[in-house]
Design a protein around this ligand. Structure first.
Ligand SMILES: Cc1cc2nc3c(=O)[nH]c(=O)nc-3n(C[C@H](O)[C@H](O)[C@H](O)COP(=O)(O)OP(=O)(O)OC[C@H]3O[C@@H](n4cnc5c(N)ncnc54)[C@H](O)[C@@H]3O)c2cc1C
Length: 189
C-alpha cells in the first residue's frame, strides 16, 4: 500500500491510498458476494447524516459567534447588531440551520428504525451544508476585517465548512439523486 499525503485548505488529515495486488481472505468477506456496492451505499447514508450533524454544529457555532459579536461591536454610537441589515442574514441562517436539523433527526429516526433513509440522509446533508455555508458567510461578513484575523477563529471555520459543498458527496450529486430516485426523472449519466 502506498500512502500519499495531500496537503489541503482544511484541518483534515487527507491521504491518497494506492493498493497493489492486495489479496483478501474469503473469511474476511462481509455479507454476500456481489452485494458489496449496496452495503457501501447503505453505509454512506450514515456518513451523510453524520456530516449533516457536523454542518449543523458549525451553523450554530457561526450564528452564536456572530450574534454575540454584533451586539458588542459599536460603530457610530450603536451596536451594529441593532441594524436590520445585519440582523436579517443572521436570523435567516438560524432558521435554515434549525430546518436542516429537523431533516437530520428525520434521517436519524429512519436509520435507527432500519428503514430506507437515502432521501432523508441526502436532503439533510444538502440542507445542513447549505445552511452552515450561509451562516459562515454572515459570520465572516459581520466580523468585518476581524473575520480574517486568526485570533477570532472565524476564518478557519469558514474554510472548514466550505468543504461540505463538495465532500463527502457534492451538492450537485445530491440534487441528481433526488431528481432521479425521488422524482423519477431520467438518469443523466
Ligand atoms: C478534505 C477531503 C477529505 C475527503 N475525504 C474522503 C474520505 O474520507 N473518503 C472518500 O472516499 N473520499 C473523500 N474525499 C473525496 C470526496 O468525497 C470527493 O472529492 C467528492 O465526492 C467529489 O468527488 P470528486 O473530487 O471526484 O469530484 P468530481 O467527480 O471530479 O466532480 C467535480 C465537481 O463537478 C461537479 N459534478 C461532477 N459530476 C457531476 C454531475 N454528474 N452533475 C453535476 N455536477 C457534477 C460537482 O460540483 C463536483 O464537485 C475527500 C475530499 C476532501 C476534499
Amino acid at each position: 500500500m502506498t500512502v500519499r499525503p495531500i496537503r489541503n485548505m482544511v484541518n483534515h488529515e487527507t491521504n491518497e491510498l494506492f493498493f497493489e495486488n492486495l489479496e483478501i481472505p474469503t473469511e474476511n468477506m462481509i455479507g454476500q458476494e456481489g452485494q458489496g456496492f449496496k452495503y457501501i451505499l447503505d453505509g454512506l447514508n450514515a456518513e451523510r447524516t453524520l456530516i449533516a450533524a457536523e454542518c449543523i454544529g458549525d451553523g450554530y457555532w457561526f450564528v452564536d459567534r456572530v450574534s454575540k459579536y454584533v451586539g458588542e461591536r459599536v460603530v457610530f454610537g450603536r451596536p451594529i447588531g441593532q441594524n436590520q441589515g445585519v440582523q436579517f442574514p443572521i436570523a435567516e441562517s438560524y432558521i435554515e440551520v434549525e430546518a436542516a436539523n429537523l431533516m437530520r433527526w428525520q434521517a436519524c429516526t429512519l436509520f435507527d428504525a432500519h428503514q430506507p433513509c437515502g432521501a432523508e440522509a441526502n436532503m439533510a446533508k444538502y440542507l445542513a451544508a447549505k445552511a452552515s455555508w450561509e451562516a459562515a458567510n454572515a459570520c465572516i461578513q459581520f466580523h468585518g476585517g476581524f473575520g480574517f484575523a486568526h485570533e477570532y477563529d472565524v476564518e478557519r471555520k469558514f474554510r472548514e465548512t466550505r468543504l461540505y459543498q463538495v465532500a463527502p458527496i457534492s451538492t450537485n450529486l445530491i440534487l441528481s439523486y433526488i431528481a432521479e430516485h425521488i422524482l423519477g426523472m431520467p438518469r443523466s449519466f
